[in-house]
Write a protein that binds this ligand. Structure first.
Ligand SMILES: Cc1ncc(COP(=O)(O)O)c(C=O)c1O
Length: 394
């Protein structure tokens, strides 16, 4: 009964799922507090108080029509508020006509990809990349093309990117701050990338859409800023969500913002709206559209993530792991002591440490460690990391 495509994916390796299952077994055997589960990007922190208050007020209000369908793009007044918020942050003028509310960034990415991909079209991703991209691109029979970043800095390698752009390139998918590396792509490299893309568009007579997947833009450290993609790439969209910025991953709320200089923008916008509908999302969750409209200025406590990053970075480097210090998101992506990162992850299991192999993000020889887990668990995990490192430092 199951389609060949889905059957193949179910049978193939899913490290996140495998780690989740292993974690459950270990937690039953040793107790949850003895298992150090760094495998998921599922924030352990609660949403900000004003977000929760807005939700309570809405639920308790007598307001009619709170739960109805609306325009597939979402409530116009919510979209207008988001457009103004982006305009205030970036100086770019947008209106509700440029915003589509989505079911998280995952929903938004699928909507954009459905709208632009013809079977066989190529979408370039920069490795290391969020592993789900391959599934999203494949949903529409697109072809994922991987351009490797500089693995010493995790910044884009423009020479490599140039070699990957072809007449079939439909889009380039960026993610900064990055999952899994925590890197923030620098403004000057992005400006050079924009020039490269225009050169290639002229060469091939094509239009290449830059899709910027930005769920981590609020999680940045060390006074860093995230360059505004809409300012740098004329043919671009940003896909954002409140899963990590307001700790609402289960509530599935996000948006797409379309650059006003995208060609045929009205047609493109209609296409996005239609895709939101026919992918079966129909519209983003009604209640949460209203909640986030009240929460655009709300902030989570990023100090906690910063402390965790510093603590883990200090201890891992002390133990001989080589690691680029992440500037954003809540992941570390250290090099491991052996080439085979899958085997390394299996060895870590012996110490109740759940990590994800870098190869599932196009970054072999590394592991991803998520610090969206309790500070206590992070502190308690250090003896396990010490024991694991000792195996290799003999
Ligand atoms: C880079 C990246 N993009 C998209 C998503 C999907 O996020 P959402 O919960 O907003 O769908 C995630 C989730 O971890 C992510 O890390």
């Amino acid at each position: 009964m199951i389609s060949d495509k889905v059957l193949k994916k179910i049978s193939g390796p899913s490290w996140i799922r495998a780690m989740f299952e292993q974690g459950e077994v270990l937690k039953k055997k040793y107790g949850a507090d003895k298992v150090y589960d760094f495998s998921l990007g599922n924030p352990d922190l609660e949403p900000p108080e004003e977000t929760l208050t807005s939700l309570r007020n809405l639920v308790n209000s007598q307001e009619p029509n709170l739960h109805k369908y609306m325009n597939n793009a979402g409530y116009p007044e919510v979209r207008e508020k988001i457009a103004r918020h982006i305009a205030k942050d970036t100086g770019i003028s947008l209106t509700q006509k440029h915003i589509i509310m989505t079911c998280g960034a995952a929903g938004g990415l699928n909507v954009v990809l459905k709208t632009v991909i013809n079977p066989g079209d190529e979408v370039i991703v920069l490795a290391p990349y969020f592993g789900e991209y391959s599934n999203y691109i494949d949903n529409f029979d697109g072809k994922m093309v991987v351009s490797q970043c500089n693995m010493e800095t995790f910044q884009p390698d423009l020479e490599n990117l140039e070699s990957k752009i072809s007449s079939d390139t439909k889009a380039i998918l960026l993610n900064s701050p990055n999952n899994p590396t925590g890197a923030i792509y620098g403004e000057s490299i992005l400006r050079d990338m924009a020039e490269l893309i225009s050169k290639k568009e002229r060469e091939f007579g094509s239009n290449i859409l830059v899709i910027s997947d930005e769920p981590y833009t609020q999680l940045v450290y060390d006074g860093e800023t995230v360059p505004s993609v809409l300012k740098i790439f004329p043919n671009s969209v940003i896909v954002n969500s409140f899963s990590k910025s307001l700790n609402l991953p289960g509530d599935r709320i996000g948006y797409i913002a379309v650059n006003s200089s995208v060609p045929d923008i009205e047609l493109f916008f209609s296409g996005l709206s239609l895709s939101n509908r026919i992918l079966g999302f129909v519209n983003a969750p009604a209640l949460f559209q209203r909640v986030i409209a009240d929460s655009l200025e709300a902030k989570i406590n990023t100090e906690i993530y910063l402390e965790r990053r510093d603590f883990l970075y200090h201890n891992l480097t002390r133990l001989g792991f080589s690691c680029v210090k992440p500037k954003g998101a809540f992941y570390l992506f250290p090099k491991v002591h052996m080439e085979d990162d899958v085997e390394f992850v299996q060895r870590a299991l012996a110490y109740n440490l759940l990590l994800v192999p870098g190869s599932s993000f196009g970054g072999p020889g590394h592991v991803r460690i998520s610090y969206s887990v309790s500070t206590e668990s992070i502190k308690n995990s250090i003896p396990a990391f010490e024991a694991l490192a000792a195996e290799f430092n003999k």
